[in-house]
Design a protein around this ligand. Structure first.
Ligand SMILES: [Zn+2]
Length: 395
């Protein structure tokens, strides 16, 4: 008893000093006294409720953003359909353009052939003229005409020469006409190609617009996702703050415990129908991170009865959706308290007296838990101790 009083006394001094130091710090030149820091249980409970409201606001924003996200994704799907459609049109136009281009190339080949034919005939014609008029004097036009025997012979020879020349000229004219026709066709094709290209460019511009809208929507989507990530991070931070406040409240409540033992001082295993321990007290690895486990975990089906480890008075009953979840703290007096966390239901109310072995709650997985189990803590003067030093695990 003397030891207990000494330790309680030391603790009260420590708490007083901590409050004093905090007050001094907050009263500094830049500080401002935050009355919430005075920390009564109801102040802390108010703070928890305020944080709860902030969490709800954030969760509302997340929900609203999820709706926006759905809208944005529907828009992207619509844009994708439009883009595919436009791309199909573009490839059709490209095919047409390729076709016209190959027709133009064919026409140009034909024009070249025609030009060669013209050049060849002009060459032949010129050569014939040269032969007739200039080069070979014996067969020159002049000599041909001058060597005529009579005037009628002269006229006859003149007509023949004229006809030869006319035939040559009309052949060349015909060839030139054919060449002109080919060129006209080529021009027409070039016109067609220009029209097709104009349509292609128009659709291509539309595609660029759609691409830009799609990219914009993607940008909006990623900023919504980023915002939600941030909101959720803040929700986690708030929940951590709430858990810390809960812990403080419980420690303060513990100090209000009875000095006299309520029961026989021997703690009993809290789940009569189960003996397995899935996680022991002390350092462990949780989600890849070192984590200090403040109790032991006893798994069981949802609803499995949990009993009071000793007689005592119910110090606190909480229905949280974080941390310990639904949990009960029982003060057994003489600085001893036990906590039962993650319950599915709680059968007692604060201030109620309980017997050793009385059913107080059911196993569950509320709060920060991944499966049905009870998290059982033993606290001696507010400090969590290894429960296996106080209860015997059934064999
Ligand atoms: Zn646990």
């Amino acid at each position: 008893m003397g030891h207990f009083w000494a330790s309680m006394h030391a603790k009260k001094i420590a708490v007083f000093m901590a409050v004093l130091m905090t007050a001094l710090f907050l009263c500094g030149p830049f500080g401002q006294v935050d009355l919430v820091e005075a920390k009564t249980v109801s102040d802390m409970q108010n703070q928890i409720d305020q944080i709860d409201q902030q969490i709800k606001d954030l969760e509302d924003q997340v929900t609203a953003n999820e709706q926006k996200l759905e809208d944005e994704q529907a828009r992207q799907k619509e844009l994708t359909d439009q883009i595919l459609n436009v791309e199909e049109q573009l490839s059709l136009y490209q095919e047409k353009i390729d076709l016209v281009e190959s027709e133009i190339a064919t026409k140009e080949e034909e024009i070249k052939t025609k030009e060669a034919e013209i050049a060849e005939n002009e060459e032949l014609f010129a050569a014939r003229l040269r032969r007739m008029y200039i080069t070979n004097t014996s067969s020159s036009v002049l000599s041909t005409l001058l060597s005529a025997n009579s005037f009628s012979d002269f006229l006859n020879r003149y007509e023949i020469l004229k006809r030869i020349s006319q035939e040559d000229q009309s052949l060349i004219e015909t060839l030139n006409q054919q060449k002109n026709d080919l060129e006209a066709l080529r021009e027409e094709l070039a016109g067609q190609k220009e029209d097709l290209q104009a349509s292609y460019d128009e659709i291509d511009a539309k595609k660029s617009e759609l691409d830009a809208l799609y990219a914009e929507s993607k940008g909006v989507e990623s900023s919504i996702l980023e915002a939600n990530r941030e909101y959720m991070e803040n929700v986690e931070k708030y929940k951590d703050q709430q858990a810390a406040l809960e812990k403080e409240i419980e420690e303060m409540l513990q100090n209000e415990g009875s000095d006299e033992s309520y029961g026989d001082g021997q703690l009993k295993w809290p789940v009569p129908s189960r003996s397995y321990i899935s996680s022991y007290f002390g350092w462990r690895t949780l989600y890849g991170q070192p984590n200090y486990h403040t109790g032991i975990d006893i798994p069981g089906a949802a609803g499995t009865n949990i009993v009071a480890a000793d007689a005592g008075k119910v110090l606190s009953v909480k229905y949280l959706d974080y941390g310990y979840g639904y949990h009960v703290i029982i003060d057994h007096g003489n600085g001893v308290a036990t906590l039962y966390g993650h319950c599915s239901r709680i059968d007692v109310v604060p201030g109620q007296m309980v017997e050793k072995g009385q059913v107080i709650a059911g196993i569950g997985t509320t709060g920060n838990s991944t499966g049905n189990h009870v998290h059982f803590e033993v606290r001696i003067n507010g400090t969590q101790k290894n429960p296996l030093n106080y209860v015997k695990q059934p064999s």
